[in-house]
Design a protein around this ligand. Structure first.
Ligand code: NAP
Length: 294
């Protein structure tokens, strides 16, 4: 494998490339704050921004991307998400229009369904809206977030049904990426195996465990060994697992240092050794365990 750099990208099943390190655009900040910290992220070298309609930060992130860099639009990757309460055909269609209007970015690189709530028919309808948005050139790649294996299996059935209903191969859409809370204390091997078997890219949210694991002996040992911060070791773990980590910070030196992870490498044994069998999500919700009826 080629050495990782800040410019490393992963090819998605859609054919587009996604920068492997993403900036988690801060949640519930005022738009002007979002714009300010997103510009700092651009200066630090991030070219991938993880936003969401639910976070109400698409306008600030969009303004930063439009005005905070000389890079052309095609070299920036902008993700947004259809909020949990809008997972339906009409809800997803309306969200995509709002995202385009708020971000003013012309198209969305990756649109995800934020959570698998709403029931089977609504999930299928929301997915169809994403597929239509790709066909209309409004969105480049599509995916899901917080789907458990039961929801992913159902999505495969929906894609097959839509192919038949909409007239053939490809008409059901292509699942390019999924986003989950993933870190060494919540590695979600069932889901990551599902994705690996199908070439679906895995985005890791809450990659720093929201700071709740600072001082863990295994983590601290690696930070001391490499002279890096524990946050940098966690970002590196995620990158070396082949995930797409989305660290969030609104603190200038942390924004920079979380992206300064390319002058050291964990050994394969260290990557494996940091991972636990634990299942301790910290993000405050875990829709992956929701039943299909929810
Ligand atoms: N799809 C979903 O359902 C979902 C859910 C949650 C999150 N996400 C995405 O994932 C992104 C990140 O997740 P997250 O915000 O939950 O968690 P996180 O990135 O694991 O942690 C963020 C927290 O860590 C602190 N921090 C950042 N860098 C640090 C450093 N170098 N040293 C010490 N502390 C540091 C931040 O503080 P400061 O900001 O004060 O520096 C903030 O309190 C979000 O922005 C969002 O894009 C998606």
């Amino acid at each position: 494998m080629a050495a990782l750099t800040i410019n490393s990208k992963i090819k998605l099943p859609s054919g587009y490339e996604i920068p492997q390190l993403g900036y988690g655009v801060s949640f519930a900040s005022p738009p002007e704050d979002t714009e300010r910290v997103s510009k700092l992220a651009l200066e630090a070298g991030y070219t991938h921004f993880d936003s969401a309609a639910f976070y109400d930060n698409e306008d600030g992130a969009g303004r930063a991307i439009r005005t905070g860099t000389k890079l052309p639009r095609e070299q920036i990757f902008f993700t947004s998400k259809v909020p949990p309460g809008s997972v339906s055909y009409d809800g997803a269609k309306a969200t995509i229009e709002q995202t385009l209007a708020k971000s003013e970015l012309g198209y969305v690189d990756l649109m995800l369904l934020h959570a698998p709530y709403g029931g089977s028919a609504n999930r299928k309808g929301a997915w169809r809206a994403l597929v239509e948005a790709v066909e209309a050139g409004k969105v480049r790649s599509i995916g899901v977030s917080n789907y458990g294996v039961q929801h992913l299996d159902e999505l495969e059935r929906h894609i097959a049904e839509l192919e038949v209903e909409r007239g053939g191969p490809g008409k059901g859409g292509v699942l390019s990426a999924g986003q989950w809370e993933i870190h060494p204390w919540c590695a979600r091997r069932d889901i990551t195996d599902w994705c690996a078997a199908r070439g679906v890219a895995v985005q890791a949210y809450t990659p720093l465990v929201r700071g709740k694991r600072w001082g863990e002996p295994a983590l601290k040992k690696l930070a001391d060994k490499y002279g890096k911060s524990e946050a940098q070791v966690l970002v590196r773990w995620s990158l070396q697992k082949g995930f797409i980590p989305l660290p969030k910070s609104v603190t200038p030196d942390r924004i920079r240092s979380n992206a300064d992870v390319y002058d050291f490498a964990l050994t394969p044994e260290e990557v494996a050794g940091l991972e636990t069998d634990g299942y301790t999500p910290v993000a405050g919700w875990d829709p992956t365990v929701a039943p299909l009826e929810a």
